[in-house]
Design a protein around this ligand. Structure first.
Ligand code: ZN
Ligand code: ZN
Length: 256
């Protein structure tokens, strides 16, 4: 049994064959998924997919790349949706310094507002980080995000920062990059961080794991991520699957 904690089945890349993709995931043992919505277009579809599928849940938030587009009414909307029975987390939110559509100060403001909202509605958060690790850790500390906890999604930072995040009540989620031959850091993190604090994800349609690198990613491939972690830790695939699934169910407060 596997839990893909971060999917974008709401992306246009799945418009044509979404149901087949979900079916293939089930055949590979992917029992649970969280569909992440992060703007005005993707949030309603994330909710719709979660509403129409057993064991598929949704997360709602505002992506840092589009921080500049967020209005006060969007935050109110996210707050409203947070009480939906299928919404299990707020996000993805965070900082992304790779793209320059939204200035860093705007990104930080939008990130802080969402952490404050998560504390208000008592929901965990999903963190998107690209080239902004130190600022993210500083903001999580300043805003006391450990009160709600969260997920460092598709984590690619150092073991040291991962350990600091675990201390702040955060889970480390590994995705496709852990399977890449040249990805040293995610492999080090997979080895060093205890299974109790690890989750698996695809972030599909992006970042397909080896040997599907470069192709469209899909939830069925999360098994390749779990297999890689099992190999690095010297434990069975069953143990990684079962533990990470249990971790995710507990983290998202999903009652089976
Ligand atoms: Zn992301
Ligand atoms: Zn994502």
């Amino acid at each position: 049994m596997l839990f893909d904690t971060h999917v974008h089945l709401n992306a246009r890349q799945f418009e044509e064959d979404r149901e087949e993709v979900i079916q293939r995931a089930k055949e590979e043992g992917v029992e649970y998924m969280v569909v992440v919505g992060f703007d005005r277009e993707t949030i309603p579809l994330a909710i719709e997919i979660a509403e129409s599928h057993h064991n598929i849940y949704a997360a709602v938030g505002w992506h840092p790349v589009d921080a500049i587009d967020m209005e006060e009414t969007d935050l109110d909307w996210i707050e409203e949706l947070s009480s939906h029975s299928k919404v299990v987390a707020l996000g993805e939110m965070g900082l992304d310094y790779h793209w320059d559509k939204s200035p860093a100060d705007v990104q930080k403001e939008v990130f802080r507002k969402q952490i404050q909202l998560a504390k208000k509605v008592n929901m965990p958060i999903i963190i998107h980080n690209r080239e902004a690790t130190q600022d993210i850790v500083d903001i999580l500390k300043e805003e006391k995000a450990e009160e709600v906890g969260g997920i460092m999604h598709c984590y690619s930072g150092s073991v040291e920062i991962a350990e600091a995040c675990v201390k702040m009540n955060f889970m480390i989620s590994l995705g496709g990059p852990v399977t890449f031959k040249n990805a040293k850091r995610p492999k080090e993190v997979a080895e060093a961080i205890d299974l109790d604090h690890l989750l698996v994800e695809t972030d599909c349609p992006f970042l397909a794991p080896h040997p599907n690198r470069g192709k469209r990613n899909e939830p069925a491939y999360v098994k390749l991520v779990a297999e890689q972690i099992a190999e690095l830790k010297g434990v069975s695939l069953e143990e990684v699957s079962e533990k990470t699934t249990r971790n995710a169910l507990k983290f998202f407060n999903i009652k089976e």
